[in-house]
Design a protein around this ligand. Structure first.
Ligand SMILES: CC(=O)SCCNC(=O)CCNC(=O)[C@H](O)C(C)(C)COP(=O)(O)OP(=O)(O)OC[C@H]1O[C@@H](n2cnc3c(N)ncnc32)[C@H](O)[C@@H]1OP(=O)(O)O
Ligand SMILES: CC(=O)C(=O)O
Length: 550
């Protein structure tokens, strides 16, 4: 029989993803993720294991409204020596009305049956068959996750196939071939799936569930589809037990854009891929992986001068797909790897022509910075960027500082404030209970529009105290700074030279509480000065965006 070109997508972020070390979803988190997955267009969302823990029970008792996706409950086949009817664990899977699909894990590796379960091989096959037949009387769709299928097939192919047949012959819609230990490689998966299909089991009834222990889970899933399976299980951002599961965020566009398969996701829906990946990061309070294929911030970022020059002529020169198709965007990065093309392209993004930056204006900007080179030696903007990068600035991540640098050279950025002086005191002492405490206090004096203001701030470290004082002193003149928050603060040693000591680079990521984020950079031998530079740029950037661009 000819296989269909429709591949069904099954998400197990809320079940296998919950088995990731360090991940602890609440029922509300699960509902939020389920809604995002449903909106994307997935066919199945595995919500968890009813009866296994209170969170999963609470999620299934109060499930989110889903449109296209079917809500699946996960569990295991009946226990040995019990009837399916009398197994409370199994019957807990049918306790919730919103569940229309039950997925049961069952053993398909003879070694696991004798060692992990400690039972006869035939009893395991009866456990699978009985459980599926019983479940079919309770829900409309049942599937078997054939645990350790690939290892089992390598050890005893007849027994592994018998486990699949025990499920399919008793009414399972799908038998899902699991690479539970994640040790298989793509050529093995493709061969084994082909042999399963040749043994008479249609690919339209086969799924695949791969773990990533050899970093091959996505490739293994695609190899399985190539060989015939028509359901793919995985998780968003590759969450999952040990090294994770197959990453659906990569599998989905690979299937749709590279292999020409239909899924339940439309072309429009695919544009939500970045948003779904970010939603999970946000729920988990994780920093998005910049290098994540398709959806990472760097997935379509061009840094090398040669790349940018060619991308300006045709993006296909260095892009495997149009980033817009998955909801991502092209980014031109400015750094010491840049040629003229990078700078021209970045400035064009800002609506600025490079010819408008005059050399004497550049000199004035550089004079206001604390740098180790003569501003009069600077040939042009490209030269300045390369010199500053050599000093330790990193503009590929600090796009806001880059924009300020260029706009200052064009005289577009007002002097919102001038730092007149500051003093920071660090103190370590015992409190009334006799415990050690450290306290930092900063006094900051600024001038705004010819008027001087002074404030004191306290913090848990000198940079924190300085930040508190600076923002407090500016708030009167610029109330919009109330929304400013520091999202990330990183310090790195960038150079160590005899005489001057180590230089530090401080990178600050800020938000305005309205979803906008920007990154600024400061470099100095003194970490406080470097922080101060990055912090001042952050404030100036917010004010500039708020006052000049709006
Ligand atoms: C490959 C996978 O990722 S499968 C999913 C794994 N996920 C989880 O385990 C998370 C949720 N699990 C749990 O909360 C618990 O393990 C429960 C509630 C399901 C079971 O808890 P317990 O009853 O305390 O059993 P425990 O976890 O210690 O051991 C598993 C038992 O199930 C049996 N078992 C394992 N697989 C199967 C199976 N496919 N069918 C029937 N029984 C099985 C084991 O033999 C063992 O039985 P034993 O206690 O008689 O030795
Ligand atoms: C079912 C499952 O999670 C596995 O076999 O890996």
């Amino acid at each position: 029989m000819e296989n269909s070109s429709r591949v069904y997508l099954y998400d197990t972020t809320l079940r296998d993803g919950a088995q990731t070390q360090g991940v602890d979803f609440s029922a509300a988190d699960k509902a939020r993720i389920a809604r995002a997955l449903d909106a994307l267009g997935l066919d199945y969302i595995e919500g968890g294991w009813p009866g296994a823990n209170p969170t999963d029970d609470s999620f299934f008792s109060n499930p989110p409204d889903l449109g296209q996706a079917r809500l699946a409950a996960f569990g295991m086949t009946r226990r040995a020596g019990r009837s399916a009817n009398n197994d409370p664990g199994l019957n807990a899977l049918f306790a919730h009305d919103a569940v229309s699909v039950v997925t049961m894990v069952g053993k398909s590796w003879d070694f696991q049956v004798t060692v992990a379960l400690g039972i006869e091989l035939d009893e395991n096959l009866r456990m699978i068959g009985d459980s599926v037949a019983h479940a079919r009387t309770r829900v409309s769709e049942v599937m078997l996750d054939a645990e350790h299928f690939f290892d089992g097939y390598k050890a005893n192919p007849q027994y592994a196939l018998a486990a699949l047949r025990a499920a399919l012959d008793n009414g399972a819609r799908w038998a899902v071939l699991c690479d539970t230990n994640g040790g298989s490689l793509p050529h093995e998966v493709e061969r084994i799936v082909s042999e399963v299909v040749a043994a008479g089991i249609s690919g339209d009834r086969l799924g695949v569930h791969c773990h990533n222990d050899t970093d091959s889970a996505v490739a293994n899933s695609l190899a399985a589809v190539k060989a015939g399976v028509r359901q793919v299980q995985g998780t968003i951002n590759g969450l999952g037990e040990r090294c994770g599961n197959a990453n659906l965020v990569s599998i989905i566009p690979n299937l749709m854009l590279k292999m020409g398969f239909e899924t339940g996701i439309s072309e429009e829906g695919l544009k939500h891929l970045v948003a779904v990946s970010r939603t999970l990061d946000e729920v988990l309070d994780r920093k998005p992986n910049r290098s994540q294929p398709y959806v990472g911030a760097s997935a379509f970022a061009h840094k090398g001068g040669l790349h940018v020059s060619a991308v300006a002529k045709d993006p296909a020169c260095y892009e495997h797909v149009d980033p817009a198709r998955v909801g991502n965007a092209r980014q031109i990065v400015v750094s010491d790897q840049a040629g003229r093309s990078n700078i021209v392209a970045r400035m064009a993004d800002l609506g600025i022509e490079i010819e408008s930056v005059k050399r004497d204006a550049l000199v004035r900007v550089v004079e206001a910075m604390q740098v180790d080179f003569d501003p009069h030696e600077v040939a042009d903007l490209v030269d300045l960027i390369k010199r500053l990068e050599h000093e330790g600035y990193a503009y590929d991540t600090a796009a806001a500082s880059f924009e300020l640098l260029v706009r200052r050279a064009l005289g577009q950025v007002p002097d919102y404030f001038t730092l007149e002086r500051y003093r920071v005191i660090d103190e370590r002492r015992r409190n009334a209970k006799g415990d050690w405490v450290t306290l930092s206090e900063a006094t900051v004096k600024v001038e705004v529009d010819g008027r001087e203001f002074m404030q004191v701030g306290e913090g848990n470290g000198p940079v924190h105290a300085f930040d508190v004082a600076l923002r407090a002193v500016l708030m009167g003149a610029y109330p919009e700074l109330a929304g400013l928050e520091l999202a990330d603060y990183r310090v790195r040693i960038v150079e160590s030279t005899a005489g001057t000591g180590a230089k530090t680079r401080v990178t600050i990521e800020s938000t305005d509480g309205q979803g906008h984020r920007w990154t600024t950079v400061g470099v100095h031998t003194n970490v406080l000065e470097a922080s101060l530079e990055a912090l001042q740029d952050s404030i100036a950037y917010m004010l500039f965006r708020f006052r000049e661009i709006r």
